[in-house]
Design a protein around this ligand. Structure first.
Ligand code: ADP
Ligand code: ZN
Length: 436
């Protein structure tokens, strides 16, 4: 089985990669300057001309692009080719506000499927696999992105999309799916449904899963692996850059390799915009250097991460990004304390006997923020005496308080009462915004 999809690129020496990036960057900057008024105006205002950008070392001179810029130029203001050359549109799922639209030329679709093919190969995928795609098909990039990548690899693609979970399980079983991709929260829901249907992991053939599109924890990874009987790989991407496949895990699973021949990555201090040395935590910024229709420059993802160039046992030299804990705009500030839902998840999962279904509800009562965490009980806990439930709530309360540094009300709720998600999970209800 091939270990790499594109060995020369995945194992290139750093100076070779930099040379390629530099050339591609200078070409891209010239193109956007000539074709996109937004970039011309921004660069003129910053006093930078395309000739000033000769290589990656000049990148810092270019202005950043924010999600707001994409909203301001909605729908096609950032496109760098005539619409006749655009063969596909996608849109962000709009998790954090008005959706944005991106476009792809035929060559862009090729770049994208190449990136996904690398991810699938790194997870051990090959021609002989049956690829079950349970990401949503449609404007969301997950479904079609992974679909095209899997076809490129030559896998037998099963384009199931989201929904009808019982039917999904039957298909996994009857069609003999060996690799699956979906959100990690949906993977857990599939596992739960499978159990209800009386099907065990020995009845199915799944052996690898690529899960992404939302943050997830190591504990969740173990739970998915255990319940579905597969090895779970992380995959990262965002619509603005290309979709899934911007970065992907190898067998070492200590971060996701970034497809650097297509995307230059930087980490910056989110408050000052200052570029940080590799290894320091900061906001991840990407520059597309091979895309034609939507070549975004220095895009601030609002994802917080760390880059690492430590040698990887898989042989890839592509820089790795450590799992983002969440986006800076997923971060809640509760009574002045920064809280990521993923921290709560880690605490809950450390209890082991909790199915990881939970919801954070933030309110403002008399100018004071309150946090309530609803946690779904497992069936075995539910049958326990009430006293045990109270003890359990107290134990979780203490653990949450010491992990987050703020107090929270813990409410255990009956099994299967919290909403299940087929796409990205929505775990936070922030009622404070309603009163602003
Ligand atoms: P939207 O912005 O509307 O949610 P996207 O599908 O483009 O639509 O979402 C991309 C975002 O999803 C990323 O910026 C990141 O915050 C999150 N994300 C994607 N993959 C992962 C992953 N493997 N781990 C953590 N977060 C992820
Ligand atoms: Zn590796």
């Amino acid at each position: 089985m091939a270990k790499y999809w594109n060995k020369p690129m995945e194992t290139a020496k750093l100076h070779e990669m930099r040379a390629l990036q530099s050339w591609r960057l200078s070409q891209t900057v010239r193109r956007v300057y000539e074709n996109v008024p937004f970039y011309r105006d921004k660069m003129d205002a910053a006093g930078v001309k395309p000739d000033d950008i000769r290589g990656t070392e000049d990148l810092y001179r270019l202005p950043f692009v924010s999600k707001q810029d994409l909203r301001d130029t909605y729908p096609y203001g950032m496109f760098a080719v005539p619409m006749e050359d655009v063969v596909r549109l996608h849109a962000s799922s709009g998790t954090t506000g008005k959706q944005i639209v991106v476009g792809y030329t035929r060559s862009d679709l090729d770049v994208w499927s190449e990136c996904c093919a690398r991810a699938l190969t790194a997870a051990g995928g090959s021609k002989s696999d049956f690829m079950h795609v349970s990401y949503g098909y449609g404007l969301f990039t997950g479904g079609l992105g992974m679909h095209d990548g899997a076809e490129k690899v030559g896998m037998t693609v099963i384009p199931v999309s989201v929904g009808n979970t019982n039917r999904q399980i039957s298909i996994i079983k009857d069609f003999g799916s060996t690799v699956i991709c979906c959100t990690p929260s949906y993977a857990l829901f599939l596992a739960e449904t499978m159990q209800e249907m009386g099907i065990t992991k020995d009845d199915i053939k799944l052996r690898a899963g690529l899960f992404g599109a939302e943050p997830w924890t190591e504990e969740m990874r173990r739970e998915i692996e255990d319940k579905l009987g597969l090895k779970a790989y992380d995959i990262y991407g965002l619509t603005e850059i290309i979709g899934p496949g911007v970065s992907f895990e190898c067998d070492e699973q200590t971060g996701m390799h970034i497809n650097e021949d297509h995307f230059i990555v930087e980490t910056i201090n989110p408050d000052t915009g200052e570029v940080l040395p590799e290894g320091e935590q900061g906001e991840i910024v990407f520059t597309c250097i091979t895309k034609e229709a939507f070549p975004i420059i220095r895009y601030r993802t609002r994802d917080i991460g760390i880059l690492s160039r430590k040698e990887c046992s898989c042989g890839r030299t592509l820089v790795k990004m450590l799992k983002p804990r969440g986006r800076s705009d997923d971060m809640l500030i509760i009574r002045g304390v920064n809280v990521f839902p993923s921290q709560v998840e880690s605490v809950l999962l450390s209890f082991g006997d909790n199915a990881p279904y939970y919801q954070l509800i933030v309110e403002r009562v008399n100018n004071l923020d309150t946090l309530e965490i609803k946690v779904e009980m497992t069936s075995s806990m539910f049958s326990d005496a009430v006293r045990n439930i109270e003890e359990h709530e107290a134990a979780i309360r203490n653990a949450v308080e010491s992990a987050l540094g703020i107090a929270a009300k813990i409410t255990l709720v009956e099994p299967k009462t919290l909403t299940r998600f087929e796409g990205k999970a929505v775990r936070v209800i922030d009622n404070r915004k309603l009163h602003d």
